[in-house]
Design a protein around this ligand. Structure first.
Ligand SMILES: Nc1ncnc2c1ncn2[C@@H]1O[C@H](COP(=O)(O)OP(=O)(O)OP(=O)(O)O)[C@@H](O)[C@H]1O
Length: 298
């Protein structure tokens, strides 16, 4: 549906994207994650046809989005600044877009209710808060079924309620199976919504997989609760297996397995005649995986 193949983007002599390749298919909800300046917005601009790759290929439904208005029209997007007209009311904004999209005008009230703006539908958007404007921008996505949706920082600057509502709205959109790519620094939000992850550092993709595999790949943290106080000799012996910390009050050993297997760790503890109460894998988050990759990248 949408693909980038061996894309390189240079601004002058500076290469900001290096050999970027990925696909967006039906049902994909891709988290596009990377630090400031990694190249996320540049990638998005290439997909939206706002920039041309220096080398490589970008295709949106078999067409080049830079030269095809038809390809660009198939994608709806939400950028970090609200894409609504300040001098129109909320209702007028959606009416304008529904005419542009040839969508049904009689859906507008329901959509305004969905994004919790029905009560202020006749107020000028210039009187809205940033969160309200962002909700109105997202409301546009419900006017028609776009072929793909791209979001760059959709929840940036929103308060807790705004974030929760936007997350619920995006989750609802994911049910349509429309391919989506969401770039955000809010890894917790992304983990709730996305089913694929692409990590980009310094213009290069360093990891790309399903969210399940990505989280599995990071799940090397264990919490071992023992019955007795751990002697220093034990903690020293565990260092070669990735010992990270010990909570003496709870008699809890945290270990990030670097070498060996968990069975070897159990042996080491048993040799000290210490009884193990429980062993649990600590749930990994997208944030943990990101931190790990970032460390590797530095
Ligand atoms: N028009 C431009 N001219 C020159 N350099 C640019 C231009 N646009 C972006 N860059 C540079 O390209 C790099 C990638 O920028 P980009 O905006 O894609 O990063 P990002 O991952 O979206 O960052 P952020 O998380 O801060 O939004 C940065 O070093 C940026 O300074």
């Amino acid at each position: 549906m949408i693909f980038l193949k061996n894309v390189e983007k240079k601004f002058g002599k500076t290469k900001v994207l290096d050999n970027i390749s990925f696909n967006m298919q039906e049902g994909d909800v891709i988290a596009y994650v990377g630090p400031n300046g990694a190249g996320k917005t540049t990638t998005i601009k290439l997909i939206l046809g706002l920039l041309k790759p220096s080398t490589g290929e970008v295709k949106v439904f078999s067409e080049n989005p830079y030269s095809s208005l038809n390809a660009r029209k198939k994608i709806d997007f939400v950028l970090d600044h609200p894409g609504v007209d300040d001098d129109l009311t909320a209702y007028e904004n959606l009416k304008f877009y529904s005419m542009l999209y040839h969508a049904k005008v009689n859906n507008i009230d329901n959509i305004l209710k969905k994004v919790e703006l029905y009560g202020v539908r006749n107020k000028l958007v210039k009187t809205f808060s940033r969160g309200m404007k962002q909700r109105l921008t997202i409301a546009r996505l419900f006017l028609r079924e776009p072929k793909a949706i791209i979001m760059d920082e959709p929840t940036s600057g929103l308060d807790v309620d705004g974030k929760l509502l936007v997350r619920d709205l995006i989750k609802e959109l994911t049910l349509t199976k429309i391919p989506m790519l969401i770039s955000s620094h809010d890894l917790y939000e992304l983990q709730q919504i996305c089913n694929k992850v692409i990590l980009i550092f310094n213009g290069k993709i360093v990891k790309m997989d399903s969210i399940e595999n990505i989280l599995k790949s990071g799940s090397e943290d264990y919490q071992i609760i023992i019955n007795d106080e751990a002697p220093n000799s034990l903690l020293t012996s565990l260092e070669m297996y990735g010992f990270t910390s010990y909570d003496s009050k709870e008699k809890r050993i945290f270990i990030r397995l670097m070498a060996g297997k968990i069975s070897e760790v159990i042996n080491v503890i048993s040799k000290e005649n210490i009884e193990i109460k429980s062993i649990d894998k600590v749930q990994t988050s997208l944030e943990d995986v990101y931190r790990k990759e970032k460390k590797r990248d530095v």
